[in-house]
Design a protein around this ligand. Structure first.
Ligand code: CAA
Length: 258
């Protein structure tokens, strides 16, 4: 992977670890981060050697939101004509699974970026919030939609209208976070989860992500049909034969992405 100004990347086996790296601004998400993260994730999608991705921040902040200093002078016409923040949709279109490893602040766009990832593993220190209302704006990278789907209307309204933060325990109870771990375990836990994902059949993993992702968009009947068709298609893979043969023969499956 090439060098980036605002990201660090490191391949660990079949897992790409991407770390947001703007410590002076608590990883505030400016247009360079958006462009670079989009490029890094596109590269991961295109690289057969990468099976999954971990996205992390620093100990103090996963990301403290969109970059307020960059946003301050933006006019309506700039925002509308340039489809301001629209580029984050390209990040949401990543086809390989992304595990967010969240420590410290995940606020505004930081919380929204964590929610764009497929699931969140949080340190006990994590704090989630949508404080845009305190700046005279509303969430613009999916907070009003993804947070509502994750935690339900009551908590989403509370967060978006008051701007208060949720700690890790509340976020887990509410369904925003998949697991909470002690701070010193965060990266290992996220890398282990991503490593496990990357060890499975690539087609099955990507279809699993696609199927669960569609549940936000489809009716139950359409979603069930969509899932079943994807399920049927996996019987065309060698990996399905291998996975089931390995179970019957009481050995570990050797998936070859065929
Ligand atoms: N944008 C730009 N710079 C930011 C930033 C942001 N979102 N968050 C923090 N920083 C900068 C600060 O300006 C400060 O820089 P200087 O040293 O140059 O002054 C540096 O990071 C350290 O921050 P603090 O001194 O404020 O650190 P703290 O520990 O006292 O407070 C904090 C931490 C509570 C997270 C506080 O920084 C904060 O409230 N940040 C803003 C959070 C926020 O409102 N996020 C939402 C942004 S809007 C958005 O995201 C829209 C959207 O939907 C996409």
């Amino acid at each position: 992977m090439k060098e980036f100004e605002t990201l660090l990347t490191e391949q660990r086996g079949a897992v790409m670890l991407i770390t947001l790296n703007r410590p002076q601004a608590l990883n505030a998400l400016n247009s360079t981060v958006m462009r670079e993260l989009s490029e890094a994730l596109r590269t991961c999608d295109a690289d057969d050697g990468v099976g999954s991705i971990v996205l992390a921040g620093s100990e103090k902040a996963f990301a403290a939101g969109a970059d307020i200093k960059e946003m301050q002078p933006v006019t309506f016409v700039d925002a509308y004509l340039g489809d301001f923040l629209g580029g984050w949709e390209a990040i949401a279109a990543t086809r390989k699974p992304i595990v967010a490893a969240v420590s410290g602040y995940a606020l505004g766009g930081g919380c929204e970026l964590a929610m764009i990832c497929d699931f969140i593993i949080a340190s006990e220190t994590a704090k989630f919030g949508q404080p845009e209302i305190t700046l005279g704006i509303i969430p613009g990278m999916g907070g009003s939609q993804r947070l509502t789907r994750a935690v339900g209307k009551a908590k989403a309204m509370d967060m978006v209208l008051t701007g208060r933060m949720m700690d890790a325990a509340e976020a887990e109870r509410a369904g925003l976070v998949a697991r909470i771990v002690p701070p010193e375990r965060l990266l290992d836990e996220a890398l282990e989860a991503a490593g496990k994902i990357a060890s499975y059949s690539r087609a099955a993993v990507m279809m699993a992500k696609e199927a669960v992702g569609r549940s936000d968009e489809l009716t139950l009947a359409e979603g069930l049909r969509y899932e079943r068709r994807l399920f049927h298609s996996l019987f065309a893979t060698e990996d399905q034969k291998e996975g089931m043969a390995a179970f019957v023969e009481k050995r570990k499956a050797q998936f070859r992405n065929r």
